[in-house]
Design a binder for this molecule. Structure first.
Ligand code: ATP
Length: 260
């Protein structure tokens, strides 16, 4: 179980970005972290994985616990060894390596060669397209294929908690559905906990068990996926469906709310 207790995060000692964020990811659960651009979702993931320090960010208050152990002052390397694996936003692939080499990067801390080989086949089973493309240079793969590669690489690290940052970003709807189905399958077959950051609230809540909505560095709402899907504010602000059934942008709705 991952537990964030009231964490505060600041960049460069002065830019305070998270203000008392608390959330839990129970073992085996899929939890969605939702909210608009700049709400603090990626910062929350980086605080957990220890990658915050690379950007001169710091957890200045509160605590992060993994199975009862404090990890908020640990290095990213240590946290990775615990099985907390973050797949980065924006399809970060090693462009000059081929697809298979990219997947193998995920296993760099492992020495169990046979198990690594077995897991590579497992990834190809989840993403058959990657098997066909395994000798192709990653930089030339399509956006969707690169996203698969990033998720497959996280799978290669034997995650106990897999954290995904916007897996739907810039992908066609059919591909988004395909990738989300695979995440759900992986979670149910391996009992790996999953924490997904998404702006696409509809797709995230289609597989999540529980969700948190963030705004301006705070959690403003949380509940089961069913509760959130039926919550009028979530429908209106984040899924873009007003009570009338017409689509509205977040900005339009805000404007409309202010004028009332
Ligand atoms: P997005 O979907 O755009 O990534 P987000 O909800 O993940 O949004 P964050 O990326 O966590 O939001 O950003 C939260 C706030 O922290 C923003 O105001 C952003 O400008 C700021 N921020 C993020 N990274 C840094 C950094 N390295 N240094 C200073 N400020 C930062």
């Amino acid at each position: 179980m991952l537990k964030l207790n009231n964490i505060e995060v600041a960049y460069l000692n002065v830019i305070r970005v998270l203000h008392g964020v608390s959330l839990n990811v129970p073992d085996g659960a899929i939890v969605a972290l939702l909210g608009a651009n700049g709400a603090g979702k990626s910062t929350t993931l980086k605080a957990i994985s220890g990658l915050l320090r690379v950007e001169e960010g710091e957890v200045t208050d509160g605590s992060i616990e993994w199975n009862g152990e404090r990890i908020d002052k640990k290095s990213a390397e240590y946290i990775g060894k615990l099985g907390i694996i973050q797949a980065l936003e924006g399809r970060h692939v090693f462009e000059h390596l081929n697809a298979e080499e990219n997947l193998m990067v995920g296993a760099f801390q492992r020495h169990d060669r046979h198990a690594v080989k077995r897991d590579l086949e497992m990834v190809y089973d989840y993403f058959p397209r990657l098997k066909h493309l395994r000798h192709n240079t990653a930089g030339y793969l399509s956006g969707g294929e690169q996203q698969m590669l990033v998720i497959g690489r996280a799978m290669m690290a034997t995650p106990k908690l897999m954290m995904l940052d916007e897996p739907s970003l810039g992908l066609a709807p059919l591909l988004v559905d395909e990738i989300y189905n695979i995440i759900q399958r992986f979670n149910s077959e391996h009992k790996t906990s999953v924490l997904i950051v998404e702006q696409n609230v509809r797709i995230a809540l289609s597989i999540a068990h529980y969700g948190y909505v963030m705004e301006n560095g705070r959690v403003v709402l949380d509940g089961t996926a069913d509760y959130l899907k039926n919550n009028e504010d979530v429908k209106e602000f984040y899924i873009g469906l007003s009570v009338m059934g017409t689509r509205k942008s977040y900005r339009e709705v805000k404007h409309y709310k202010r004028r009332k």
